[in-house]
Structure formats: structure tokens, C-alpha cells
Write a protein that binds this ligand. Sequence first.
Ligand code: PLP
Length: 478
Amino acid sequence: MSLNAESTAFRSALEVIRAVEPRVADAIGAELADQRESLKLIASENYASPATLLAMGNWFSDKYAEGTVGRRFYAGCQNVDTVEALAAEHARELFGAAHAYVQPHSGIDANLVAFWAILADRVESPALKKAQVRQVNDLTEADWFALRRELGNQRMLGMSLDAGGHLTHGFRPNISGKMFDQRSYGTDPATGLIDYDRVAEAAREFKPLILVAGYSAYPRKVNFRIMREIADSVGATFMVDMAHFAGLVAGKVFTGDFDPVPHAHIVTTTTHKSLRGPRGGMVLCGPELADQVDRGCPMVLGGPLPHVMAAKAVALAEARRPDFADYAERIVDNAQALAEGLLRRGTKLVTGGTDNHLVLLDVSGYGLTGRQAEQALLDSGIVTNRNAVPQDPNGAWYTSGIRIGTPALTTRGLGVAEMDATAELIHTVLSQTQSGSNPDGTPSKAKYVLDPALADKISKQANELLTGFPLYPAVDLG
Ligand SMILES: *Cc1c(COP(=O)(O)O)cnc(C)c1O
């Protein structure tokens, strides 16, 4: 019997690896087995296609390619040029952007590129102007001092972390929180939704250089047309970080006011979340910021990863096919079915539902912290992550929320019927888990009590749910 191409490719690759370090080959095989068996509801994860995965495992990894297509600081980049140009072309066509920069290694790196481009474009600094026109040697000590002062403490207004914003939008664990004078906008405590009047008010008071929209835990659409109007009203550059929902933009689920690309000055994204590509990042912008964006490497990025750019080109080509739009629609249908299934069983959801790929459960109604809930679900074969809810009384470590998302399970082919079954499993685990206590009898935010037999039973049911939907069905490692 002859094997299909995918099985042959991965088996052969593992055989070659096994000959050098068998433990790595074993770990790669074990990772596939684990992913096949787990009900993955992590909103930021997905499963890239075999073509995307295979495009990364080759000699493109061996090339240095600093610079941009056709303007490299290294010789022999003609083939890297081909794949980088293809990835950028697919990105421009897919998103309707004038310019695409596909070198960022991750979402954080894409944001750094964007922050630098905006600073370089917007900050009035004669010293910086000299530096940009490559008269760096003419800069005096006083120029450098002025340049650092002028670039420092610029203002950024972004979504608050506990409303679903991201660390890279000016929060302390990320350099953006140290570089920028940051203020954030939250959501309406009653509805959980962004209150655009409050955003406008904050912008008028604070006069940010950069207004950032985008999130990793907000289960609703954002009106980017209104956000752009707010940015324009105070002269801010409007940046959208679509890391989480790029797949919904690519699949034309988010259109009109909800498509960030026509409204933002600059858009950043990851390529590995709902977009279903390789781990990486990307920046889209108009012609005004293109030159600054293209300086990402070496300004804030290490050398490009040509093998990952090759995989980006493959994944973006896939995202341009009509079936990707079906996929994007099914992601949202599934998230809504999951939300409805949970609501019907009495689970509290932030904003009362979803219109994107993610659902944010407030598990305080079950008497649990996010941490307890996350662990109890994991014991039961359901992989999620804890997440703060707005005004979270338990802080960012223990939290009161569980974030779940449907991009990965939708890739496997699960549909609305399975989402209802998933809601039942989640509800059963959470309602059967009790908060635990510390040795001295005080209540614990981490310990919990869950009957191992029940966890086992749910794990089996979660697994049964997946049996009709094999992961990488064409890949048989033997
Ligand atoms: C995931 C995420 C990032 C960071 O992406 P990495 O690839 O992990 O660096 C940035 N911004 C938002 C909004 C995200 O959700």
C-alpha cells in the first residue's frame, strides 16, 4: 500500500530527525498525538495546514536576508525575494492594503515595528530627521540627547487589559508600557461593550499620539470607522492590532465599519491565530508609513525568517480561496452556538454573548476563580485559558474568567451540534467543581475539588466528540 504525500513527508522528516536526536522526533510525534486528543478551545490557537507546516522545514532557514525585496544587505537572496514578495502580494490582495510587511517574527514584533513607524512619522524631531536622512555622523551629543527626549513619553490610548486589551498596547510587562505615557479606555460596566463616547472623551482629554484598537479577549465587533473619527478629531494616528481576528477580516465576516484595513493608518496582526498560518506577524499600511515600516529590520527586528515567510505565502494563498470565507463564517457560527449553549445552562458570559470567534465566561457564578476553572477543565480534557473579566476582583493571575475560542475546533470540522455538546461538558465540569481551601482552612483561589472519576468521564466524552473529526486526517505517522 502506498502512503499519501503528507504521511510520506512527515514520516520521512521524522526518520531523518530520529537518526540525530530521537527524543526530538519522539516529542514531535507526541505533540501530534496530544493535539489530536485534546478539545482545544484556546482562542489564540489553530492548526496550520500541512503545506504551511512543510514550507517551514527547509533550507530557507539558512539564509540571511536583511533589507527588503530587491534591496538586501546580503547576496544571493533571489529566492527569498520570491517568497517574501509573494507573501506580501497575497497579504495586500487578501486585505485590500496598499502595503504589507511580512517580516515580523510575532505579533509583539509587528507592534514594535508599527510603534517605531508612527514615532518616526509623527514626532517633531529635527535630530531624528537628520538621523533618517543618514546624516547620523552629523548628530551632536546634544542632538542625541534631544532625540531621546523627543521620542520618549509620547502618548498612547489603548483598550484596558481587563476589558480585553493586549499587553503590547502600553502595559507594564511589555516595553510599550515603559516607552509610552499610556492611558486606557475600558468597557461600559453595565453592558461590557466599548462606549465610543467615553473613548472620544478620553481622547479629547489625553490627546494621544496613537489610538490603538484591537483586543485578545473582547467578544464583540469594534466599529473602526467611529474609532478613526475619534483619532482624527484629536490628530492621533489610528492603529488596529487584529492579531486575534485577522481570519475573520480575511474571510470577510468583518466588513464595512468592522474591517480595520480601510479605516486604520496602520494594522498589525499575527499570522497564526484565526488566520491559520505559521507563527509570525505582519504589518499593513498605506503608502505614507510604508518606508518607515520597511525599516522594521534592523530597527526593532532581528533578521527575517525566510522559511516562515515562505509559510506565510502558502497560508495567505489558502486564505484567499473561497473555502476560507466559509471557514471564517463557521468560526463565528460555532462561537455563537457555544455561547448560546452556555447561556441556556446558566453560565454568565461577558457582554452576554459573542459576535466574533471568542466567548468570555465569568465563572464567579460557579463559585470558582478562573484558575480553578482552567485546571478543572484541563483535568477533564478541555484546554482553555483563564482570563481577567472587566473589573476583575481576582486580578490578572487568578482571574474570574475563562476565555474560549472556536478557530481550532472549526478547523477540525466540528459544527454547531458539537458546540452544544461542548457547552454541556464545560457546564458539567464547572458546576461539579468546588473551590478548595488552604491547609489553614482559609479559602484558596487556586485549589479546587473535582471528583477524578467525573474528570475521567468528561475526558472520554470530550474525546468521543473529536473522533468524527480527525486532526490532520491525511497524516499517518504509523
Ligand atoms: C496574540 C497577540 C499579540 C502577540 O502575538 P505574539 O505572536 O504572541 O507576539 C499581540 N496583540 C494581540 C492583540 C494579540 O492577541
